[in-house]
Design a protein around this ligand. Structure first.
Ligand code: BEZ
Length: 263
């Protein structure tokens, strides 16, 4: 578990979860941008993708609700003309960017599933407000069924010990999310849900590392002194199914879409 006040350990995230931004590059490929365009990276984490996008000549602002992530992004990439990082909540976009010029694109990778279901309308309303007419909203998030085996493994273990297990994530289907986008004036040009089995970094420790970076809320009901024995037990439970040839494979499923703001 992270010792950071907001639960995020930026160094561990970059060391153990480099695959997040590596896969994210395939999402940025869906953006249709010209040099000088203004892009907002929603949930920018430590800013790897934001910085890489600037190499195409666009101007990028990264926003993240974790202060530790924004501090790390500033430290790793610096801020300059064309790249800046803002600490703030995805639900408050219009207030955060009150004085900013509209954006040509909003982009988000592996972040929106952290926003509770009920709050997505606030996020999508904000995205529409910030976009120019014809502006793009391109994103990938965990889709329906994402990491279900891992969540089930944790839930079963906590059940046997008499603890609750609440998944903190929202993993929608295409049929559920496309109407939400359209209700906010975002015309869906492309959307698909697909399996993306994902090799976890860390070899035999891959699942433990994944739980250390992402599992705080999933394990929230477990007393601190018992967390490591729970993690050991979950590791045992899932090993036959998800650990092969020295690598843990997480059952990721992605919802990826490209939408455009219509008048
Ligand atoms: C994901 O990117 O799908 C994900 C990451 C951490 C926790 C849950 C899901």
């Amino acid at each position: 578990m992270s010792d950071e006040p907001d639960g995020w350990d930026a160094d561990r995230y970059d060391d153990q979860c480099a695959f997040v931004s590596e896969y994210g590059e395939r999402v940025t490929d869906l953006l249709d941008l010209a040099p000088g365009d203004r892009v907002l990276d929603l949930g920018c984490g430590t800013g790897q993708l934001a910085r890489r996008l600037t190499e195409t000549g666009v101007d990028v602002t990264g926003v993240d609700s974790s202060r530790s992530m924004i501090d790390a992004a500033r430290e790793r990439h610096g801020e300059r003309d064309g790249l800046r990082f803002v600490h703030g909540d995805a639900r408050d976009l219009p207030a955060l960017f009150e004085d900013a010029k509209p954006f040509d694109a909003v982009f988000s990778n592996a972040a929106l599933h952290w926003v509770p279901d009920d709050d997505h309308d606030a996020v999508l309303g904000g995205v529409t407000t910030l976009l120019t007419s014809g502006g793009q909203f391109v994103a990938e998030l965990g889709g329906r069924g994402n990491v279900a085996r891992i969540v089930d493994g944790v839930r079963t273990e906590l059940d046997t010990r008499g603890y609750d297990c609440e998944s903190p994530w929202y993993f929608p289907s295409v049929g559920e999310y496309a109407p939400r986008l359209e209700a906010h004036g975002l015309e869906v040009r492309r959307a698909h849900l697909f399996d993306r089995p994902t090799e976890l970094d860390g070899g035999a420790d891959g699942l433990r590392e994944w739980l250390a970076v992402f599992g705080d809320e999933l394990l929230a009901s477990v007393p601190d002194a018992e967390v490591s024995s729970v993690v050991d037990a979950v590791d045992d439970r899932l090993r036959d199914d998800r650990f092969h040839d020295g690598v843990w494979i997480a059952d990721y499923r992605r919802l990826r879409f490209r939408s455009v703001k219509v008048a």
